[in-house]
Design a protein around this ligand. Structure first.
Ligand code: MN
Ligand code: MN
Length: 346
Protein backbone atom coordinates (compact mmCIF):
# COMPACT_ATOMS: atom_id res chain seq x y z
CA UNK A 1 0.00 0.00 0.00
CA UNK A 2 1.38 3.41 -0.98
CA UNK A 3 0.63 6.07 1.59
CA UNK A 4 -0.12 9.62 0.45
CA UNK A 5 2.13 12.59 1.16
CA UNK A 6 0.80 15.40 3.34
CA UNK A 7 3.53 17.82 2.25
CA UNK A 8 3.82 19.99 -0.86
CA UNK A 9 6.89 22.13 -1.46
CA UNK A 10 4.92 25.13 -2.68
CA UNK A 11 7.65 27.77 -2.75
CA UNK A 12 9.96 25.47 -4.70
CA UNK A 13 7.54 25.29 -7.64
CA UNK A 14 7.94 27.27 -10.84
CA UNK A 15 5.70 30.35 -10.45
CA UNK A 16 3.40 32.15 -12.84
CA UNK A 17 4.89 35.62 -13.27
CA UNK A 18 4.10 38.88 -15.03
CA UNK A 19 3.94 42.65 -14.54
CA UNK A 20 5.42 42.47 -11.06
CA UNK A 21 3.25 39.60 -9.85
CA UNK A 22 4.37 36.12 -8.79
CA UNK A 23 1.99 33.28 -7.89
CA UNK A 24 2.32 29.63 -6.94
CA UNK A 25 -0.72 27.46 -6.39
CA UNK A 26 -1.51 24.12 -4.79
CA UNK A 27 -4.77 22.46 -5.73
CA UNK A 28 -5.75 18.82 -5.65
CA UNK A 29 -4.12 18.50 -9.08
CA UNK A 30 -0.64 19.22 -7.70
CA UNK A 31 -1.22 18.01 -4.13
CA UNK A 32 -3.63 15.06 -4.35
CA UNK A 33 -4.42 14.70 -0.64
CA UNK A 34 -5.75 18.27 -0.44
CA UNK A 35 -9.25 17.52 -1.64
CA UNK A 36 -10.96 19.99 0.69
CA UNK A 37 -8.75 23.09 0.57
CA UNK A 38 -6.48 24.71 -2.03
CA UNK A 39 -3.97 27.50 -1.54
CA UNK A 40 -1.88 30.09 -3.31
CA UNK A 41 1.24 32.05 -2.38
CA UNK A 42 1.18 35.40 -4.19
CA UNK A 43 3.57 38.34 -4.30
CA UNK A 44 2.78 41.78 -5.73
CA UNK A 45 5.32 44.51 -6.45
CA UNK A 46 4.28 48.06 -5.52
CA UNK A 47 1.46 49.07 -7.89
CA UNK A 48 0.98 45.57 -9.30
CA UNK A 49 -2.63 44.44 -9.21
CA UNK A 50 -4.24 41.03 -9.28
CA UNK A 51 -6.94 42.26 -11.59
CA UNK A 52 -10.69 42.30 -10.91
CA UNK A 53 -11.83 38.67 -10.79
CA UNK A 54 -14.08 36.18 -9.05
CA UNK A 55 -14.04 32.53 -8.05
CA UNK A 56 -17.02 30.42 -9.02
CA UNK A 57 -16.34 27.47 -6.73
CA UNK A 58 -14.58 28.76 -3.63
CA UNK A 59 -14.46 31.46 -0.99
CA UNK A 60 -11.09 33.16 -0.44
CA UNK A 61 -9.46 33.53 2.99
CA UNK A 62 -6.11 35.28 3.10
CA UNK A 63 -3.29 36.19 5.47
CA UNK A 64 -0.73 38.90 4.74
CA UNK A 65 2.80 37.67 5.50
CA UNK A 66 4.71 40.80 4.46
CA UNK A 67 4.06 44.20 2.95
CA UNK A 68 0.82 46.04 2.36
CA UNK A 69 -1.99 45.83 -0.16
CA UNK A 70 -5.37 47.28 -1.02
CA UNK A 71 -8.42 45.24 -1.93
CA UNK A 72 -11.75 46.08 -3.52
CA UNK A 73 -14.85 43.91 -3.36
CA UNK A 74 -18.44 44.17 -4.54
CA UNK A 75 -21.39 42.60 -2.75
CA UNK A 76 -24.50 41.39 -4.61
CA UNK A 77 -26.55 44.13 -2.91
CA UNK A 78 -24.41 46.72 -4.72
CA UNK A 79 -22.33 47.78 -1.73
CA UNK A 80 -18.60 47.99 -2.32
CA UNK A 81 -15.70 47.94 0.10
CA UNK A 82 -12.09 49.09 -0.12
CA UNK A 83 -9.65 47.98 2.56
CA UNK A 84 -5.93 48.17 3.21
CA UNK A 85 -3.98 45.30 4.75
CA UNK A 86 -0.68 45.01 6.60
CA UNK A 87 1.25 41.97 7.85
CA UNK A 88 -0.83 39.81 10.17
CA UNK A 89 -4.17 40.89 8.68
CA UNK A 90 -6.75 38.44 7.34
CA UNK A 91 -9.36 38.95 4.63
CA UNK A 92 -12.35 36.90 3.55
CA UNK A 93 -14.17 37.17 0.23
CA UNK A 94 -17.33 35.09 -0.19
CA UNK A 95 -17.54 32.73 -3.14
CA UNK A 96 -18.39 34.51 -6.36
CA UNK A 97 -17.90 38.10 -5.14
CA UNK A 98 -15.80 40.22 -7.55
CA UNK A 99 -12.57 41.55 -6.04
CA UNK A 100 -9.05 42.86 -6.73
CA UNK A 101 -5.77 43.12 -4.82
CA UNK A 102 -3.00 45.68 -5.36
CA UNK A 103 0.45 45.99 -3.79
CA UNK A 104 0.90 49.31 -1.99
CA UNK A 105 4.64 49.26 -1.45
CA UNK A 106 7.15 50.31 -0.44
CA UNK A 107 8.27 46.67 -0.70
CA UNK A 108 6.71 43.54 -2.13
CA UNK A 109 3.43 42.35 -0.61
CA UNK A 110 3.36 38.60 0.10
CA UNK A 111 0.11 36.91 1.10
CA UNK A 112 -1.28 33.40 1.33
CA UNK A 113 -4.70 32.68 -0.16
CA UNK A 114 -6.69 29.71 1.11
CA UNK A 115 -9.77 28.40 -0.71
CA UNK A 116 -12.45 26.11 0.71
CA UNK A 117 -12.36 23.77 -2.28
CA UNK A 118 -9.42 21.58 -3.23
CA UNK A 119 -10.53 21.66 -6.85
CA UNK A 120 -10.00 25.41 -6.98
CA UNK A 121 -7.32 26.81 -9.26
CA UNK A 122 -6.21 30.43 -9.40
CA UNK A 123 -5.33 29.77 -13.04
CA UNK A 124 -8.91 28.90 -13.88
CA UNK A 125 -10.63 31.77 -12.24
CA UNK A 126 -12.79 34.41 -13.90
CA UNK A 127 -10.94 37.62 -14.75
CA UNK A 128 -12.63 40.80 -15.96
CA UNK A 129 -10.25 41.29 -18.90
CA UNK A 130 -10.88 37.73 -20.09
CA UNK A 131 -14.64 38.23 -19.71
CA UNK A 132 -14.60 41.37 -21.83
CA UNK A 133 -12.14 39.93 -24.37
CA UNK A 134 -14.47 36.96 -24.93
CA UNK A 135 -17.49 39.22 -25.46
CA UNK A 136 -18.18 40.88 -28.84
CA UNK A 137 -16.71 44.37 -28.68
CA UNK A 138 -20.03 45.88 -29.81
CA UNK A 139 -21.76 44.26 -26.86
CA UNK A 140 -19.14 45.61 -24.45
CA UNK A 141 -19.47 49.07 -25.99
CA UNK A 142 -23.25 48.98 -25.67
CA UNK A 143 -22.98 47.76 -22.09
CA UNK A 144 -20.59 50.53 -21.06
CA UNK A 145 -22.07 53.35 -23.16
CA UNK A 146 -18.80 53.90 -24.98
CA UNK A 147 -17.79 53.63 -28.62
CA UNK A 148 -15.87 50.68 -30.00
CA UNK A 149 -13.05 53.10 -30.82
CA UNK A 150 -12.84 54.28 -27.25
CA UNK A 151 -12.50 50.68 -26.12
CA UNK A 152 -9.67 49.87 -28.52
CA UNK A 153 -7.04 49.66 -25.72
CA UNK A 154 -8.90 46.84 -23.95
CA UNK A 155 -6.73 43.71 -23.66
CA UNK A 156 -7.58 40.97 -26.16
CA UNK A 157 -6.93 38.29 -23.52
CA UNK A 158 -6.74 37.83 -19.78
CA UNK A 159 -4.30 40.26 -18.16
CA UNK A 160 -4.21 38.51 -14.75
CA UNK A 161 -1.50 40.82 -13.33
CA UNK A 162 -1.52 44.48 -14.32
CA UNK A 163 0.85 47.18 -13.17
CA UNK A 164 -0.09 50.73 -12.37
CA UNK A 165 0.93 53.59 -10.13
CA UNK A 166 1.01 52.97 -6.41
CA UNK A 167 -2.25 54.38 -5.08
CA UNK A 168 -1.75 57.67 -3.28
CA UNK A 169 -3.86 59.17 -0.55
CA UNK A 170 -6.50 60.50 -2.92
CA UNK A 171 -7.22 57.11 -4.48
CA UNK A 172 -7.68 55.71 -1.01
CA UNK A 173 -10.37 58.29 -0.33
CA UNK A 174 -13.05 55.59 -0.44
CA UNK A 175 -11.32 53.84 2.45
CA UNK A 176 -12.51 54.69 5.94
CA UNK A 177 -9.66 55.95 8.10
CA UNK A 178 -7.81 52.86 9.12
CA UNK A 179 -7.87 51.81 12.75
CA UNK A 180 -5.27 49.04 12.85
CA UNK A 181 -6.63 47.05 15.78
CA UNK A 182 -10.27 47.13 14.69
CA UNK A 183 -11.83 44.75 12.22
CA UNK A 184 -13.81 45.91 9.19
CA UNK A 185 -16.31 43.94 7.13
CA UNK A 186 -13.52 42.18 5.22
CA UNK A 187 -10.42 42.72 7.37
CA UNK A 188 -9.54 41.02 10.64
CA UNK A 189 -6.22 41.98 12.29
CA UNK A 190 -5.26 38.51 13.48
CA UNK A 191 -1.77 39.33 14.74
CA UNK A 192 -3.21 42.09 16.95
CA UNK A 193 -5.19 39.46 18.87
CA UNK A 194 -4.04 38.37 22.31
CA UNK A 195 -2.91 34.78 21.72
CA UNK A 196 -3.67 31.64 23.58
CA UNK A 197 -0.29 31.17 25.23
CA UNK A 198 1.51 28.17 26.68
CA UNK A 199 4.53 29.30 28.71
CA UNK A 200 7.70 28.03 27.13
CA UNK A 201 5.78 26.22 24.44
CA UNK A 202 3.95 28.39 21.99
CA UNK A 203 1.04 30.59 21.03
CA UNK A 204 -2.10 30.29 18.95
CA UNK A 205 -4.21 33.05 17.45
CA UNK A 206 -7.49 31.95 15.89
CA UNK A 207 -10.16 33.77 13.94
CA UNK A 208 -13.55 32.17 13.44
CA UNK A 209 -16.93 33.41 12.31
CA UNK A 210 -17.50 34.51 15.93
CA UNK A 211 -14.85 37.25 15.63
CA UNK A 212 -15.15 37.82 11.87
CA UNK A 213 -18.79 37.44 10.84
CA UNK A 214 -18.26 37.61 7.06
CA UNK A 215 -16.13 34.44 7.25
CA UNK A 216 -19.05 32.03 7.12
CA UNK A 217 -17.22 29.05 5.58
CA UNK A 218 -13.66 29.22 6.93
CA UNK A 219 -11.56 29.83 10.03
CA UNK A 220 -7.82 30.20 10.53
CA UNK A 221 -4.98 30.23 13.02
CA UNK A 222 -1.39 31.28 13.33
CA UNK A 223 0.58 29.13 15.74
CA UNK A 224 4.12 29.62 16.99
CA UNK A 225 6.09 26.76 18.48
CA UNK A 226 9.26 27.32 20.49
CA UNK A 227 12.25 25.11 19.64
CA UNK A 228 11.44 21.55 20.66
CA UNK A 229 7.82 22.33 21.50
CA UNK A 230 5.07 19.96 20.38
CA UNK A 231 1.55 20.84 19.24
CA UNK A 232 0.09 17.78 20.83
CA UNK A 233 -1.69 14.86 19.16
CA UNK A 234 -5.15 16.02 18.09
CA UNK A 235 -7.67 16.01 15.29
CA UNK A 236 -10.38 18.28 13.97
CA UNK A 237 -13.87 16.76 13.92
CA UNK A 238 -15.33 19.38 11.62
CA UNK A 239 -12.66 20.53 9.17
CA UNK A 240 -9.71 19.76 6.94
CA UNK A 241 -6.53 21.64 7.89
CA UNK A 242 -4.28 23.39 5.34
CA UNK A 243 -0.92 24.67 6.57
CA UNK A 244 1.67 27.10 5.26
CA UNK A 245 5.01 27.02 7.06
CA UNK A 246 6.03 30.68 7.38
CA UNK A 247 9.32 30.15 9.22
CA UNK A 248 11.29 27.45 10.97
CA UNK A 249 11.23 23.69 10.57
CA UNK A 250 8.87 21.03 11.88
CA UNK A 251 7.89 17.41 11.78
CA UNK A 252 4.26 16.46 11.26
CA UNK A 253 2.86 13.01 11.78
CA UNK A 254 -0.56 12.17 10.32
CA UNK A 255 -2.31 9.09 11.64
CA UNK A 256 -4.44 7.23 9.11
CA UNK A 257 -5.74 4.31 11.22
CA UNK A 258 -5.38 0.63 10.28
CA UNK A 259 -1.77 0.67 11.36
CA UNK A 260 -0.74 3.54 9.10
CA UNK A 261 0.84 6.90 9.71
CA UNK A 262 2.90 9.31 7.61
CA UNK A 263 5.67 11.35 9.24
CA UNK A 264 7.25 14.13 7.16
CA UNK A 265 9.65 17.05 7.65
CA UNK A 266 8.62 20.62 6.82
CA UNK A 267 10.47 23.86 6.23
CA UNK A 268 9.56 27.44 5.41
CA UNK A 269 7.56 27.61 2.18
CA UNK A 270 6.11 24.11 2.49
CA UNK A 271 2.39 23.36 2.60
CA UNK A 272 0.93 20.67 4.85
CA UNK A 273 -2.48 19.06 5.01
CA UNK A 274 -4.32 17.14 7.71
CA UNK A 275 -7.65 15.70 6.51
CA UNK A 276 -10.74 16.08 8.65
CA UNK A 277 -10.67 13.60 11.51
CA UNK A 278 -7.10 12.42 10.89
CA UNK A 279 -4.96 12.54 14.05
CA UNK A 280 -1.81 14.64 13.78
CA UNK A 281 0.95 16.41 15.71
CA UNK A 282 3.48 19.12 14.83
CA UNK A 283 6.87 19.33 16.52
CA UNK A 284 9.37 22.15 16.09
CA UNK A 285 12.55 20.40 15.02
CA UNK A 286 14.75 23.49 14.67
CA UNK A 287 16.55 26.06 16.78
CA UNK A 288 14.23 28.96 15.92
CA UNK A 289 10.54 29.62 16.44
CA UNK A 290 8.36 27.73 13.97
CA UNK A 291 5.49 29.85 12.67
CA UNK A 292 2.62 28.17 10.82
CA UNK A 293 -0.45 29.61 9.14
CA UNK A 294 -3.42 27.23 9.29
CA UNK A 295 -6.71 27.41 7.41
CA UNK A 296 -9.83 25.34 8.09
CA UNK A 297 -12.80 24.76 5.80
CA UNK A 298 -15.30 25.30 8.61
CA UNK A 299 -16.13 28.64 10.24
CA UNK A 300 -15.93 27.16 13.75
CA UNK A 301 -12.70 25.96 15.34
CA UNK A 302 -12.96 22.50 16.89
CA UNK A 303 -10.12 20.28 18.08
CA UNK A 304 -9.94 17.05 20.05
CA UNK A 305 -6.63 17.18 21.94
CA UNK A 306 -5.13 13.98 23.32
CA UNK A 307 -4.50 15.31 26.82
CA UNK A 308 -7.98 16.76 27.13
CA UNK A 309 -9.48 13.47 25.99
CA UNK A 310 -7.49 11.47 28.51
CA UNK A 311 -8.24 13.97 31.29
CA UNK A 312 -11.93 13.43 30.58
CA UNK A 313 -11.72 9.71 31.31
CA UNK A 314 -11.57 7.84 34.65
CA UNK A 315 -8.07 6.63 35.53
CA UNK A 316 -9.16 2.99 35.45
CA UNK A 317 -10.28 3.33 31.82
CA UNK A 318 -6.84 4.63 30.91
CA UNK A 319 -5.02 2.02 33.01
CA UNK A 320 -6.95 -0.76 31.30
CA UNK A 321 -6.56 0.70 27.82
CA UNK A 322 -2.82 1.17 28.03
CA UNK A 323 -1.94 -1.63 30.44
CA UNK A 324 -0.53 0.92 32.88
CA UNK A 325 -0.32 0.51 36.62
CA UNK A 326 -2.80 2.68 38.55
CA UNK A 327 0.14 4.77 39.80
CA UNK A 328 1.36 5.62 36.31
CA UNK A 329 -2.17 6.09 34.96
CA UNK A 330 -2.75 8.66 37.72
CA UNK A 331 0.15 10.72 36.34
CA UNK A 332 -1.41 11.14 32.89
CA UNK A 333 -2.49 14.73 32.09
CA UNK A 334 -5.41 16.08 34.10
CA UNK A 335 -5.90 19.12 31.90
CA UNK A 336 -5.30 20.22 28.32
CA UNK A 337 -1.63 20.39 27.33
CA UNK A 338 -2.23 21.95 23.88
CA UNK A 339 1.49 22.59 23.33
CA UNK A 340 3.95 20.43 25.24
CA UNK A 341 7.21 22.19 26.19
CA UNK A 342 10.53 20.79 25.02
CA UNK A 343 11.87 17.88 26.97
CA UNK A 344 14.98 18.99 28.82
CA UNK A 345 18.02 16.81 28.21
CA UNK A 346 19.82 15.90 31.38
MN1 MN B 1 -9.17 36.00 -5.61
MN1 MN C 1 -4.49 20.58 13.71
Amino acid sequence: MTLPSFRYRLEQQVPRVGNGGVTRGASVREFPISTGIAGVSMRLAPGTMRELHWHANAAEWAYVVAGSCRTTILHPDGSAYVDTFDPGDVWYFPRGYGHSIQGLGPGECHFILIFDNGDFSEDHTFSITDFLAQTPREVVAQNLGLSVAELAPLPDREAYFVRGPVPDGSSLSATPRRVPELATMHRYPLDAQQPRRVPGGGTQRTVTVDEFPISTTMAGSVIELQPGALRELHWHPNADEWQYYISGTAEMGVFLAQGNAVIEQFEAGDVGYAPMGAGHYIKNTGAEVCRILIGFNNPHYQAMDLSEWLAGNPADVLATTFGLSPEVAAKLPHKTVFVAPPVSRK
